[in-house]
Design a protein around this ligand. Structure first.
Ligand SMILES: C[S@@+](CC[C@H](N)C(=O)[O-])C[C@H]1O[C@@H](n2cnc3c(N)ncnc32)[C@H](O)[C@@H]1O
Length: 250
């Protein structure tokens, strides 16, 4: 079974289009802030692109999608094919494991701008051992050196006190990725103070209730990256905290 996609995801996404609309608008706003830097976009974890605006994809000459889910390609074409045909954007949908074969996939698409579309926060569900999942995320980051890449992914998720339907949508927040924590700061769970304050403020706006799941993506972006924080009310009583950023070639 695919723990981060497949039929269950499509069913949930289709049924939640209205609930997720404010989040999709935030994602569209974030994507619109940066015009395409390359002619090609490599979209990893594309699924059907339920939360992806066609307008962003249409800015590229070619879009290549990757997903392990056999339903992803036909559904992605169904959702975005018409808009991409209208903009003259070539669409190539690949079924395959782009994370375990990342080096090859990057090599095959050397000129492409890379976007991990809500997939890196799910690695811990594909590798239930937390150390193994963290190690995989760190190795993905290392492989991306020298590439123009971006990611939108779960950072945290958990229950909320007030049902989402009774609250206003939490507006997007920005922060700058702090330096990597030292081993001692990590051991004692010490973040730098501005980061801690910003996170506490966003967490309280999300109305977090109790302990939230850490999706292990906290060190993915290099220090100094401009990060956008987006609220994603997944269910009426359960919210995801998304983080999104572009990283320049380093
Ligand atoms: C939360 S969904 C992504 C949602 C999607 N971006 C959208 O807007 O509908 C995560 C997706 O990542 C895919 N996925 C998980 N591991 C993958 C891998 N190793 N390579 C490619 N896709 C993967 C899953 O099949 C699933 O479709």
């Amino acid at each position: 079974m695919n723990p981060s996609g497949g039929l269950r995801w499509h069913w949930k996404a289709w049924r939640s289009l209205q609930l997720w609309e404010p989040t999709c608008q935030d994602i569209a706003r974030w994507l619109a802030e940066k015009p395409p830097e390359r002619n090609e976009l490599l979209l990893i974890g594309a699924s059907a692109g339920w939360m992806m605006p066609s307008a962003f994809l249409s800015g590229f000459g070619k879009v290549i999608t990757y997903d392990i889910d056999p339903l992803a390609a036909p559904l992605f074409r169904w959702r975005h094919g018409k808009a991409l045909a209208a903009s003259g954007t070539a669409l190539v949908c690949q079924r395959g494991d782009a994370l375990n074969h990342l080096a090859d996939v990057l090599q095959q698409h050397r000129q492409a701008q890379v976007l991990f579309d809500n997939v890196l926060g799910q690695i811990r569900f594909h590798h239930p051992d937390v150390d193994e999942a963290s190690h995989r995320i760190a190795s993905i980051r290392r492989r991306l050196r020298g590439r123009h890449w971006g990611s939108i992914h779960d950072a945290y998720s958990g229950p909320v006190r007030t049902p989402v339907s009774r609250r206003a949508h939490t507006p997007m927040m920005r922060s700058v990725q702090p330096p990597y924590p030292t081993a001692s700061a990590r051991k004692h769970d010490r973040q730098d103070t501005p980061q801690r304050a910003a996170f506490a403020a966003f967490g309280s706006q999300l109305d977090a209730d109790g302990a939230w799941l850490d999706h292990l993506t906290g060190d993915l972006f290099p220090p100094g990256t401009q990060v956008s924080h987006i609220a994603w009310p997944h269910l009426d009583d359960y919210c995801h905290w998304l983080q999104a950023a572009w990283v320049e070639p380093q």
